[in-house]
Design a protein around this ligand. Structure first.
Ligand code: GAR
Length: 225
């Protein structure tokens, strides 16, 4: 199978970006990161790109007349590098139509909550403030809504009584770093089918179920709390 060309969009620290780089370098993911695009010139993700010899591009939103124009430019850059899958890794902007239309069901996002609960900013804090007992993270395809697209993989983690936003974020992040490369792997293996708002994983096995739910213990459990 040919190597999947990925474009990553990130605004900050880039730890999810790093988890994808690592999986590729360990040869556990048959993909190549063709380009990193950031809207933040001081994003640590840029340092990661430099360290791993990945092309990067800084977009300065103030230089554009409209939000749509930003995304027209991003789509052009990604197409120029023959990107097949766009990966949002802590990209703190709502993706606009020109990019969504250029990559239908080919843009993934990771969100630090169990969608459809707690969309938008600071999903971890929202879950804590709501008093939820379980939260987690979600990888989904991007549509025009806010964190509303078809769900690919979720992982759940418990919320403990004395959690802070930091402790919960740290617990969730560990699973982000597992399920995001896994979702990309399913895509690159051609195992993802989208039917309406449902994602079906082809050749689904109990092993895939354990990825979906890390609480499942036993033979097929690969994650533990
Ligand atoms: C991650 O927790 C990601 O889920 C979240 O931003 C963080 C980025 O961390 N994304 C969102 O909240 C999107 N709504 P990273 O830069 O270390 O990957």
């Amino acid at each position: 199978m040919s190597t999947l060309k990925i474009g990553v969009l990130a605004s900050g620290r880039g730890s999810n970006f790093q988890s994808i780089i690592d999986e590729i370098e360990f040869k556990r993911l048959n993909a190549e990161i063709a380009l990193l695009i950031t809207d933040n010139p001081s994003a640590f993700a840029i340092e990661r790109a430099k360290k791993h010899g990945i092309h990067y591009l800084i977009i300065r939103p103030k230089e554009f007349h409209s939000k749509d124009e930003i995304f027209i430019k991003i789509a052009e850059e990604l197409k120029e590098r023959h990107v097949e899958l766009v990966v949002l890794a802590g990209f703190m902007r709502i993706v606009r139509k020109p990019l969504i239309d250029a990559f239908p069901n080919r843009i993934m996002n990771i969100h630090p909550a169990l969608l459809p609960a707690f969309p938008g900013l600071r999903g971890q804090r929202q879950a804590l403030e709501y008093g939820a007992k379980i939260s987690g993270c979600t990888v989904h395809f991007v549509d025009e809504g806010m964190d509303t697209g078809p769900i690919i993989i979720q992982a759940a983690v418990p919320i403990f009584q004395d959690d802070t936003e930091e402790t919960l974020s740290e617990r969730i992040l560990k699973y982000e770093h597992k399920i995001y490369p896994e979702a990309i792997r399913l895509f690159s293996d051609g195992r993802i089918e989208v039917e309406g708002r449902k994602v079906r994983i082809k050749e689904y096995t109990p092993f895939d179920a354990s990825i979906v739910n890390p609480f499942i213990k036993g033979k097929f459990s690969i994650f533990s709390i």
